[in-house]
Structure formats: structure tokens, C-alpha cells
Design a protein around this ligand. Structure first.
Ligand code: GRF
Length: 196
């Protein structure tokens, strides 16, 4: 059965695009029932509009975070999503979100081989990888839970070599390509009922 999913975003939306493309190309038997963004005017929302996928902005400020995320959790519940994908959502999810969402599973994508380099985000992950001088990095898709950051069962990992001349930017590009494949594979596990 086609899996209804919600995707939470905040910016560029290339992970969202990977899901849109996989669905359009019949590589993934899913349907995006809601794209939820923490920010207005971001490219992710344009990608949703172009794919004719419903989207909504739940603007998050420090003062409104709890209310905005509770509203987002409720909207996801109403959308009928059976899986929530955090694809570049740039805010910590507060208790009000989890309470409003109920028991829909949530997954997150992180651009490192967790548990290594957890707790960092964006380009800071790749800067830390290069500063540490490790030979490989990668990407992790994992279950996300209330009160936990970059923790939860690992569903899919892809390894990406770090080259001697890499900058954080060149490494980020290579990791991003792996992210797009890993995310589609991870959602595919839920489609197949291999995890729930
Ligand atoms: C990705 O690197 C993802 O791992 C991280 O945020 C970035 C989102 O990129 N959580 P995009 O907005 O999907 O292009």
C-alpha cells in the first residue's frame, strides 16, 4: 500500500527533492501528504509547489516554538501521514510536537556516520570531520525520539571517503549525494513494512 509521509524542512530541500523524484519515478511507493516548513520563502517550498505537494509553514521563533510545533504535529496527524521524515528541519522538536503527533514514527537524516559527529549540524559536521583527520565520513538515517538528538536506531548508513584535498564544502557535496540515496532507502524500509 502506498505509504503517506510528511516531510519537515527548513531550507534548500534537496533531500525532499530526492523523495519527490523517487516517487515520481516509481522507485518509492509513497505519497507526500504534507511538507511542513519552519521557514517561509525557502526553496523546499518551491520544490513542493512544483511537485503539487501540499505544504504549510509553521514559523518557529523562540517565543512561539512550542505552539508552532504543536500545530505542526496536529497538522501532520490530520494529514494522515504514517511516517514523518525530518529532512533538514533546523529546529529541536519540543515536547508539544511529540504530544500532538502521537505515535507516528519519525526519522531523521544526519550527514555523518553516527554516533560520530552527532550533535553538530550543517557545515559544522563536515568541518569537524576534516579537523579530526578521519578517513571516512558518511550519512545516517535513524529513528528520532522525543528528547533525543541524533540518537535512535540506525536504519541506513552510507560511507563516504574523505579525500586528502577535501574542504568542508567538497565533502558536503559528496555526502549530500549519498544522503539522497540513503533517505529513499530508509523510507523504502517503512514502505516494505520492514520496520515500523
Ligand atoms: C542535509 O545535510 C541533512 O543531512 C541535514 O540538513 C541538510 C538538509 O539539506 N539534516 P536539504 O535542505 O535537504 O538540501
Amino acid at each position: 500500500m502506498t505509504l503517506p509521509i510528511a516531510v519537515c524542512v527548513s531550507g534548500r530541500g534537496s533531500d525532499l527533492q530526492a523523495l519527490i523524484d523517487a516517487i515520481e519515478q516509481h522507485r518509492l511507493d509513497a505519497r507526500i501528504v504534507l511538507v511542513a516548513s519552519s521557514r517561509a520563502g525557502v526553496p523546499a517550498l518551491e520544490r513542493a509547489a512544483k511537485a503539487r505537494v501540499p505544504s504549510c509553514v509553521f514559523p518557529v521563533t523562540k517565543a512561539t516554538r512550542s505552539e508552532a510545533q504543536a500545530t505542526m504535529g496536529k497538522a501532520i496527524g490530520v494529514s494522515g501521514a504514517r511516517l514523518v521524515v525530518l529532512a533538514g528541519y533546523d529546529r529541536i522538536l519540543v515536547d508539544a510536537f511529540w504530544e500532538a503527533l502521537g505515535d507516528v514514527p519519525v526519522i531523521n537524516i544526519h550527514p555523518s556516520l553516527l554516533p560520530a559527529f552527532g550533535g553538530l549540524n550543517g557545515m559544522r559536521v563536515h568541518e569537524a570531520v576534516i579537523a579530526a583527520g578521519v578517513a571516512e565520513s558518511g550519512v545516517t538515517v535513524h529513528r528520532a525520539y522525543r528528547g533525543k538528538l541524533d540518537e535512535g536506531e540506525i536504519l541506513v548508513q552510507r560511507r563516504v571517503p574523505v579525500s586528502p584535498g577535501d574542504t568542508p564544502e567538497t565533502l558536503a557535496d559528496r555526502v549530500l549525494a549519498a544522503e539522497h540515496e540513503a533517505l529513499v532507502d530508509a523510507v523504502g524500509l517503512f514502505v516494505a513494512g520492514a520496520t515500523s
